[in-house]
Design a binder for this molecule. Structure first.
Ligand SMILES: Cc1cc2nc3c(=O)[nH]c(=O)nc-3n(C[C@H](O)[C@H](O)[C@H](O)COP(=O)(O)OP(=O)(O)OC[C@H]3O[C@@H](n4cnc5c(N)ncnc54)[C@H](O)[C@@H]3O)c2cc1C
Length: 362
């Protein structure tokens, strides 16, 4: 019997694969529902189109793990389709990447059916053979303050249950951490009230067209330095006072397109509290400014985590695998370090690898 902790993307993949391999699994989910952050996501499973670009964009990641995810994603997607998952897009719409988009609810439902019985409201971890799939520690203000943003002011843009249980459990058993513990993937969101149904639609994904000032009026990030994923401007925002910034937009910026919308449309759809009148800015607006939006850095998931090997076994500081303990998905660190890569792809591939290794080991 193998225990699977977490029924988000990685946990559901693990449980479905174990069941396919004829292995008994006890799947526990701490939250009130299955699907974790996957259910809230845009559900694009992708990899960099080109290996060298992946390495260049995530230069500090573990090359062996990156290779694994990069080489096995297409097979993983084929496995999902073999179970009945139907992509809604066959490409990502981004020339740097390749992959498929699914409807998150249909994918969750399909995987949950394949996973078998799942016990909800159950977050206890014990010393039985376990595959940790608890989704990292984005929802723990204590761990986020310790590792990511000392000011402790990031907003959560993810499921509320990923509070580092897998990390704490493995650390207590002697696990080692990867580098990149201060890194995270997230978005700049309007500094206003929003709920989990708005995590995608309210993402202010136009930093590359804006001028970006902090609350003290310091222009801290240049538009030309913003990466395509905008991950770097979000992490820079996290390190400004209050983890907040003002995106200031001129006429040319407002006319730009982001996916199927103009920047002006995205700004107009932001909650009124976040749309700041230029006369209310705490600094003089730059020439040509027409609109200002106050944003707050919001964390979706952590990048650093447990150190694992290419069989998804959790390692100690000397590189020795801990007894019968695996980690998949965001609980495992070291894949996207230094940049940004698909968390869902990491969860799919490492989930399959962990399930197959655990099945062989038990
Ligand atoms: C708005 C949004 C958009 C996104 N868009 C994309 C995208 O397009 N492409 C992409 O690649 N990624 C995207 N992501 C990120 C993606 O959703 C995550 O990388 C992915 O879900 C990680 O899988 P996981 O299994 O590690 O974590 P999750 O899917 O979050 O699952 C973790 C599960 O573990 C449970 N859990 C926590 N602690 C315990 C415990 N002690 N015991 C049992 N269960 C526990 C949690 O409740 C949760 O259900 C997005 C995320 C969000 C929020």
């Amino acid at each position: 019997m193998i225990e699977v902790a977490g029924a988000g993307m990685a946990g559901l993949v693990v449980a479905a694969r174990l069941r396919e391999l004829g292995v008994d699994a006890a799947v526990r989910e701490k939250g009130t529902r299955v699907g974790g952050s996957m259910l809230l996501s845009s559900c694009v499973l992708w990899r960099h189109a080109d290996w060298d670009t992946f390495r260049a964009e995530c230069p500090d990641g573990d090359e062996r793990l990156q290779r694994l995810v990069w080489e096995r994603l297409d097979d993983g997607l084929a496995w999902l389709r073999s179970l009945g998952a139907e992509p809604v897009w066959d490409e990502t719409g981004n020339p740097c990447t390749t992959g498929q988009r699914f409807d998150p609810r249909s994918l969750t439902t399909m995987l949950a059916e394949r996973a078998g019985e799942i016990e909800l409201h159950s977050g206890v971890l014990d010393d039985a053979p376990t595959i940790l799939c608890t989704g990292g520690f984005a929802a723990s203000s204590e761990l986020v303050t310790r590792f990511v943003a000392p000011a402790g002011s990031l907003r959560l843009r993810a499921n509320p249950w990923s509070t580092g249980d897998g990390l704490n459990h493995a650390l207590a058993r002697g696990a080692a951490l990867t580098g990149g513990m201060a890194e995270f993937y997230g978005r700049n969101m309007p500094d206003a009230d929003w709920d989990e149904t708005q995590l995608v639609s309210l993402s202010q994904l136009y930093g590359r067209f804006a001028r970006c000032f902090d609350e003290d009026g310091v222009e801290f990030f240049r538009a030309e330095d913003v990466s395509w994923s905008e991950s770097n401007i979000v992490q820079a925002t996290a390190r400004r006072p209050g983890a907040k910034a003002f995106y200031i937009l001129d006429a040319a910026a407002l006319e730009q397109w982001v996916r199927e919308q103009t920047v002006a449309e995205i700004v107009a759809a932001a909650p009124a509290e976040a749309r700041v009148s230029l006369t209310d800015l705490p600094f003089d607006p730059p020439e040509g400014a027409l609109a200002a939006v106050r944003v707050i850095a919001s964390i979706t998931h952590t990048v650093g985590g447990l150190r694992i090997d290419d069989r998804a076994r959790v390692l100690d500081a000397g590189g020795t695998p801990l007894e019968a303990l695996w980690a998949a998905g965001v609980d495992a660190g070291g894949v996207a370090t230094g940049g940004y890569a698909s968390g869902l792809a990491q969860a799919l591939v490492l989930g399959l690898v962990a399930a197959e290794d655990a099945a062989a080991a038990i």
